[in-house]
Write a protein that binds this ligand. Structure first.
Ligand SMILES: [Zn+2]
Length: 479
């Protein structure tokens, strides 16, 4: 089965960089790109993309497979004591109030998040950990939604808890995290390459929740299996202080000591590192990342919500670090994320020459592919996987378009993505999934999310409601 996409401005690949091919054509055979150019070779099916942008599917290095029930609470302004609270606000639970996530809600979170990322233009996601749940079910969901997913079950050697007064503490697991690692290895051996879409990656959760022994075992296993490793690091100041006090090192130095840094490793965030303006500790972590070839999964919008920023996207690139982009929390809009990356870098540098469109587009394509160890993703070239997007920019919403990549970073959003192709198959057409009923899924997800929010007080350490944690923008009229 062959598919040809005709007539748009195609973002082709010169062999070393992206290049534009006006009135171009992409020929796909099976799951692979056969040719990119101006010729129109015969094909079984043709999609007319005249006047549109045809570009590589984006690689989103940070999509947690859950609904935004917890994410919604990330902006909890009441938890200033958590030092850029991050996930602690909803994942640091009191033992007495541990919730049992209904199986249905876990499955919906996985499906909903994968569909949302795909619809917004991420043909590949790295899932760095969702709620625990049935693993066969996860694999089936990847097959059903149709995007490419790099993951395996996350694990850790320490858990995080809050007591009744909201004090936060770590507690070591009796088995040091071994059973979690074993479950991940079993998953990798059983499901790697399931549906041609599920790709194994080991996910030790966070720098401060994994012991040196667990990290070392992880790296041995990753080398044996030939898979990459993701962990969260530099994600919040609590983590930085904990590692500094326990190991007298920065989180990045700690990971270096544990043998984690290297070309097959992706660090989620790497915001709070030695030398960051809010960190009074001056290790040269950027040199460590660059020397070891470690990649960073940069999620600028999430940190902007906290009032914090990577310092800076341009500086990391300038030091020779491979940077990819991720969304982390909702919205999973990787197109808008490029704009956040560009603009925040300009602000941090105080320089309008920073945050170039080419650099953020590269980060969302070839930077992500390099982080995942895949030179057949993130580019439209013969032999690459046929993962691509058709994006409509001819809309008064944009203004007039002189250069499509500059315009995409300046004005684009995920809703502009009309068609999504993964492995040669159209999985999103006219903005809707070709495989599942997007509207029905939204309604079901909404019901489950409302139920979780309405019952939030039962799991919050202080019994607070969602509206007490994140007050509504305006009051609701009583009658
Ligand atoms: Zn994360």
């Amino acid at each position: 089965m062959s598919l040809r996409i005709d007539g748009g401005t195609v973002v082709g690949w010169s062999g070393t960089q992206h290049e534009l091919v006006p009135d171009g054509s992409v020929l796909i055979e099976g799951d692979t790109i056969k040719s990119v150019g101006r010729a129109r070779p015969p094909a079984d099916r043709v999609i007319d993309a005249s006047g549109k942008l045809v570009c590589p599917g984006f690689i989103n290095l940070h999509v947690h497979s859950q609904m935004n029930v917890g994410d919604y609470l990330l902006t909890d302004a009441t938890r200033g004591d958590y030092m850029f609270a991050n996930y602690f606000v909803f994942a640091g639970l009191s033992k007495e109030r541990m919730p049992q996530m209904p199986k249905e809600a876990v499955a919906m979170g996985r499906a909903y998040s994968q569909l949302s990322a795909l619809r917004n233009g991420s043909t590949t996601i790295l899932d760095p950990g969702g709620p625990p749940g049935d693993l066969d079910d996860y694999v089936a969901i990847v097959g059903r939604i149709g995007g490419r997913v790099f993951t395996s079950p996350s694990y850790r050697s320490r858990d995080t808890f809050a007591d009744a007064s909201g004090r936060f503490s770590y507690e070591d697991r009796a088995d040091g995290g071994k059973s979690g690692l074993q479950a991940a290895l079993d998953f990798v051996r059983k499901f790697n390459n399931a549906h041609g879409r599920l790709h194994a990656f080991l996910i030790p959760s966070q720098a401060e929740t994994c012991s040196p022994a667990l990290f070392k075992e992880t790296m041995v296993a990753a080398r044996e299996l030939g898979v990459g490793v993701h962990t969260h690091a530099g994600g919040n100041l609590r983590e930085f202080v904990d590692i500094l006090y326990n190991h007298r090192r920065s989180p990045i130095e700690y990971l270096g000591d544990c043998g984690v840094l290297g070309p097959r490793t992706v660090l989620g965030h790497a915001v709070f590192i030695g030398g960051h303006s809010r960190v009074p500790y001056h290790s040269d972590d950027l040199a460590l990342l660059a020397e070891t070839g470690t990649s960073v999964g940069h999620c600028p919008y999430k940190y902007a919500k906290f009032g914090a920023a990577l310092e800076s996207f341009d500086r990391y690139l300038g030091r020779g670090i491979n940077v990819g982009l991720g969304t982390d929390t909702f919205p999973f809009d990787i197109v808008a994320e490029m704009r956040w990356a560009a603009m925040i870098s300009r602000i941090m540098e105080g320089d309008q020459r920073a945050g170039r469109a080419a650099d953020v587009f590269n980060a969302a394509t070839i930077g992500g592919a390099r982080a995942l160890g895949r030179d057949d993703l993130g580019r439209l070239a013969p032999g690459a996987k046929a993962d691509l997007l058709v994006i409509n920019q001819r809309d008064v919403r944009y203004g007039l378009v002189r250069d499509p990549i500059n315009a995409l970073v300046d004005a684009g959003c995920g809703a502009d993505v009309e068609t999504v192709v993964v492995a040669g198959e159209v999985v999103v057409d006219k903005g809707a999934s070709t495989r599942v009923d997007s509207d029905a899924m939204y309604r079901d997800a909404e019901r489950l999310a409302r139920n979780a929010w309405d019952n939030w007080a039962r799991r919050d350490f202080a019994g607070r409601s969602v509206d007490q944690i994140v007050p509504p923008a305006f009051p609701t009229r009583a009658s």
